[in-house]
Write a new protein. Sequence first.
Length: 244
Amino acid sequence: MEFGGPSSIFTGSHLIPIYNIVHSIDNGNYSPDTIWTSRTGHLRFGSCFGKQLIVEAADVSAIATESYDFVAASHVLEHVANPLRALHEWERIVKPSGTIVIVVPHKAGMFDHRRPFTTLDHIKADFESNVTETDLTHLEEILELHDLELDPPAGSPKQFRERCLQNGSMRAMHHHVFSPELIVEMFSLLEMRVLSMAVERPYHIVVHAMKPSLSEQISVHLENARFLNADAGWRKHDPFKLQA
């Protein structure tokens, strides 16, 4: 299952060629037509696409538990007001030993570069408060710190503000600003083992995590901690750290 998309980053000529490997992949979007996709947009990506589901990323109750081998989502989670709830749902529908592959933007390479990273406490508070997609908590911060020069499709400040105010239907706003560490911490809350982490140009954080069996969950936090260490392997190849 892919949420959002279809996504060019998952094609054979790009960073994570999932579409070239899988036999079939279903696709879930909050609407049949979005500002990024259309009802027939998946056709240009090849023949691997199965069902097209209209579902909220943070509420996939219509999908049976443990019904998918993996979940993929590229540049979706930042558009979700309650990302921890979304990850909870995605973890639920993945089979044991199944995986989740997510790609989120690194602020250093894009229009969020002026905004502070979101904290784990904030993510947890949104989950506990059952925040919905109509939430505009971050509106003023976004309007003040969003770098419109790096986001031409957003238009003028007035047009950008109007688009943000319609976010319940447009879903273009970035609610949260993820650091690599935050993604690891979120997967740890779900008792999911992080298998790999990478920061890639122009602005991608890529994380692959596995749903362990119950007997394996005891070691998840210890294993995930290695991605938070100062000498973690991904840090040595972080292009934004090297640039600094």
